[in-house]
Design a protein. Structure first.
Lengths: 116, 364
């Protein structure tokens, strides 16, 4: 029943453990993840060179990805947050290509799973 | 096994201070089987909830990066209000640099738990600390209770001691045809004179109390005096008087033979008063003929109290004099010479003492 999520790279076993096997919670969290606006905020903040807002958005995305065991995005946002914190703006922004690619792929998979 | 942290009250309450809803939900899901859960969505409201009643919570989860007062700011404020020592605070954070973690620990947090959380780990770590705090709290409650119990017992023992001493002294007075009122009046006069006139200067409240207790035992030596002498309604012969006078020395000897009394703070006063409450300022008293300051303040006071009360009370050999007559007789030196300084202190408060003694006479 979690095949779609598993194929998208989500560590569904760790997630199940974290929510004590409550599927309703996974569903609610996944819905929240795809409805969340932090990614748009992150893109806009980078475009506007708003560094504090970019860090906050990336930090929030890292937290959510971690909680939902979306391992790849958790690592990517984690890397980006660290670069923002270290003041390496260029490097942090350069991660956006990969981040966007995977964020869109994974949120698409989540939407598909939610519709199943 | 994991149990809620309070065993005999309402289920204990955990406060989750965290802006991220998913995090709050995850923690709530883990801990709600064991605790009541309350949530705060930012640092300021979390801090306000804690300060409104710190005892309400058995633990607090605190996120670090939050709007309206960060977790570290909350911690600093809690630390300033000395809350972190009493209430276990857990920092839950996705990003913890060394400096922040160090400061958090310095501000008294119990543990720093990283996000995303692993339920069985966070549950166990929190549970252990909460149980530790509960145990500590109930232990210190126990210590307070035990201390109170000891104090209560000590008070009972003191009351019992006093009761026994009064009973002993009263029993002796009974042989003298007196009720227990005489010793109560001696107690009151002695205490009043020391506590309310300059003559008691330099004595602590505790010392005055012990002297008053000791005054109760001034005549215990009379137990060794035969009834025929003690209750003789006529003038004593010189031989009889010589025997009568031995109640002072015998009283002191008797008290010295009660080992339990040696521990009592009143003991040294009691021995001294029993022996010397018939000494006089000019050296014409007995048994030792002490002169002036050779006799202690307390024995001098009890000597005067004894004379005053004897004069104003009816005895087998005399009627009661009025307090005015008694004062006049003491002034005239009809009962021997007393310390003039003590006398002026006594006369200054005699009306009050007379009133107190009258009350005691009416009671009896």
């Amino acid at each position: 029943m979690y095949t779609t999520l598993r194929e998208a790279g989500i560590d569904i076993d760790a997630l199940l453990e974290r929510v004590l096997h409550k599927e309703a919670l996974i569903r609610r969290f996944m819905q929240k993840y795809v409805d969340d606006t932090n990614f748009t905020t992150l893109q806009e903040s980078i475009a506007a060179d708003n560094r504090d807002a970019a860090l906050t958005a990336s930090h929030n995305l890292k937290g959510m990805s971690g909680n939902l065991s979306i391992t790849l995005l958790y690592e990517l946002f984690g890397k980006q947050v660290q670069l923002f914190r270290d003041g390496d703006w260029e490097q942090a922004c350069s991660l956006m290509h990969d981040i966007t690619l995977h964020y869109e792929r994974i949120t698409t998979a989540i939407r598909k799973w939610l519709a199943e | 096994m994991l149990t809620p942290c309070s065993h005999n009250t309402l289920p204990a309450t955990l406060l989750i201070v965290e802006d991220d809803e998913i995090n709050r939900e995850i923690l709530k899901n883990i801990f709600s089987p064991y605790y009541q859960i309350e949530e705060a969505e930012d640092g300021r409201s979390g801090f306000a909830r804690i300060m409104a009643n710190p005892k309400r919570y058995c633990a607090v989860f605190l996120d670090l990066l939050m709007p309206n007062m960060s977790g570290i700011e909350v911690l600093r404020a809690l630390y300033q209000h000395a809350v972190t020592g009493r209430l276990p605070v857990f920092v839950i954070t996705a990003h913890a640099d060394n400096a922040t973690v160090k400061e958090a620990y310095e501000l008294g947090v119990m543990d720093v738990i990283s996000k995303p959380v692993v339920p069985y780990i966070v549950l166990r770590r929190v549970q252990s600390v909460v149980e530790l705090f509960e145990a500590r709290k109930s232990l210190s409650n126990l210590v307070v209770e035990q201390q109170q119990e000891l104090l209560d017992r000590a008070e009972q023992i003191i009351a019992l001691n006093q009761g026994m001493l009064e009973a002993l002294s009263t029993a002796i007075e009974f042989r003298d045809g007196e009720s227990g009122a005489h010793i109560r009046r001696i107690f009151v006069i002695t205490e009043y004179l020391l506590r309310h006139t300059p003559f008691g200067k330099g004595l602590s409240d505790n010392e005055i109390w012990n002297i008053a207790i000791a005054s109760v035992m001034h005549d215990v030596g009379k137990i060794a005096i035969p009834d025929a002498i003690l209750n003789k309604p006529a003038r004593l012969t010189p031989e009889e008087y010589a025997i009568m006078k031995t109640h002072t020395v015998k009283g002191a000897e008797l008290l010295a033979k009660i080992p339990q009394l040696h521990e009592n703070q009143a003991y040294h006063y009691a021995i001294d008063i029993a022996r010397h409450h018939h000494e006089r300022w000019d050296g014409n008293g007995y048994p030792d003929g002490l002169k002036g300051d050779e006799n202690t303040i307390w024995s001098q006071v009890v000597a005067l109290a004894d004379v005053y009360d004897a004069l104003t009370s009816k005895r087998c050999y005399k009627d009661a004099f009025s307090s005015e007559q008694a004062v006049q007789m003491i002034k005239n030196g009809e009962c021997g010479v007393f310390n003039p300084e003590m006398l002026s202190c006594f006369f200054a408060v005699e009306p009050e003492i007379s009133a107190l003694c009258r009350n005691l006479k009416e009671e009896s």
